[in-house]
Design a protein around this ligand. Structure first.
Ligand code: SF4
Length: 387
């Protein structure tokens, strides 16, 4: 509910709200947050992650028109993007706003899509904190799904929080346990995120989320190996220590017509700026203009084309153009690609796709092979049609 007149400072309203609703249930807190003029205009921010559907369901029962902000960092699992649409449809949430990072800022600060490896804090600021803060402009408060059980930084959370004097954050589920969430989802027959069954109890961006072993903390798979614990959405000045590089890029799997296998290429890779030989693979960034490479690729045996994000399709265009220019060597897609993109990659002219071992482990081979079926429209047929 919009504020009709300037009210007391956020810190005072938060203290008042916490005192008033201290003994209320999650549903009561959410209901009051949506209606209490002391909170003001409000949106829910949801990752559509492992547990999000519980709070989204509560919201759908109370007011389906409430704005729901979904942050697509362009690094999310494909499963999350599909799940987001399915849940919104099922619950009738008709005001979901998909928030994405600023194009110009992405170009300037993370054009290669590898910032998460070298500086995950800066990556989270660019892809999460900044776009979300911009999206929240004009709102007096926002609803989150955070809970005390989720970790050290959250153990003292209250229902209402002061966000640096700017806005009120509402955490209706703060006292819920994992069992409460699970029971709610089961009792209301809500769809679960497909990755939960695969060992992902907490789901964020694909490069920074790994499977959790039995007995591990639910958030152990987030930024594994780094000391980083929060993305910066909630703790701008919180614990944001740069972590080690992920191991994902060190243990990659090559997807080819033969299935998933190790990398048979032992020659290493070099950038375009170095002399090209048959023994060394060529690494091409996503902003390459293939037409500028005419006559330079005759000796190159293997070219790897980088995909800086899952939503960035420039690599497919590069492959098509290279084939149209007559390149006959091996073409490999690498970076933020998944096995499900194999068919598209093949149709575009790639021979293979390089994916992380972690992604390979959760992708049953029979599934991608059944879905791929690229042979009926391989790139040569397609190019003949185009030409
Ligand atoms: S979670 Fe990882 S990929 Fe996502 S914004 Fe943060 S550092 Fe970047």
């Amino acid at each position: 509910m919009p504020l009709e007149a300037p009210l007391a400072p956020v810190i005072e309203r938060v203290a008042d709200l916490n005192a008033r609703y201290k003994h209320h249930s999650a549903t009561a807190v959410l209901e009051h947050a949506l209606a209490d003029p002391m909170v003001g205009s409000i949106a829910m921010v949801s990752s559509f992650g492992a547990e999000s559907v519980a709070l989204l369901h509560m919201l759908s029962v109370m007011d389906r028109s409430t704005p729901v902000l979904f942050l697509d960092t362009e690094m999310l699992f494909e499963e999350t993007l599909i799940y987001q649409r399915e849940v919104a449809d099922k619950l009738g949430l008709h005001n979901v706003r998909v928030i994405r990072p600023d194009r110009d800022q992405m170009f300037a600060r993370d054009n290669s899509g590898n910032l998460h490896r070298s500086d995950p804090d800066a990556c989270c600021v660019l892809r999460k904190t900044e776009p979300l803060q911009k999206a929240l402009d004009g709102f007096d408060g926002w609803i989150t799904g955070r809970k005390r059980f989720q970790g050290k930084n959250r153990t003292t959370l209250e229902f209402f929080e002061d966000e640096d004097g700017k806005r009120i954050k509402v955490n209706p589920l703060v006292h819920w346990t994992p069992q409460d969430v699970s029971d709610y989802i089961t009792n209301n027959r809500l769809p679960r995120h497909p990755l939960v069954a695969g060992g992902y109890p907490s789901i964020g961006c694909a490069p920074c989320t790994s499977r959790v072993a039995p007995g591990e903390d639910a958030r152990a798979g987030r930024w594994r190996g780094a000391e980083k614990e929060e993305c910066g959405i909630h703790f701008v000045n919180g614990k944001m220590v740069r972590g080690n590089e992920t191991e994902v890029s060190d243990a990659n799997v090559v997807v080819s017509d033969d299935g998933f296998g190790g990398d048979d290429w032992t020659g290493g890779f070099a950038p375009l700026s170095e002399p090209q030989t048959a023994d060394v693979g060529l690494d091409l960034p996503s902003d390459t203009m293939p037409e500028n490479l005419s006559g330079q690729l005759d000796d190159v045996t293997l070219i790897r084309v980088d995909f800086p994000s899952f939503a960035d399709g420039r690599g497919f265009t590069i492959a098509r153009q290279l084939r149209l220019m007559g390149y006959k060597g091996r073409l490999r897609a690498r970076g933020h690609v998944i096995a499900d993109q194999y068919a598209m990659a093949r149709r575009s002219g790639f021979d293979e796709v390089e994916i992380s071992a972690d992604l390979a482990a959760r992708q049953p081979q029979d599934q991608w092979r059944a879905r791929a079926n690229w042979q009926t429209h391989d790139y040569q047929s397609r190019l003949r049609g185009v030409i």
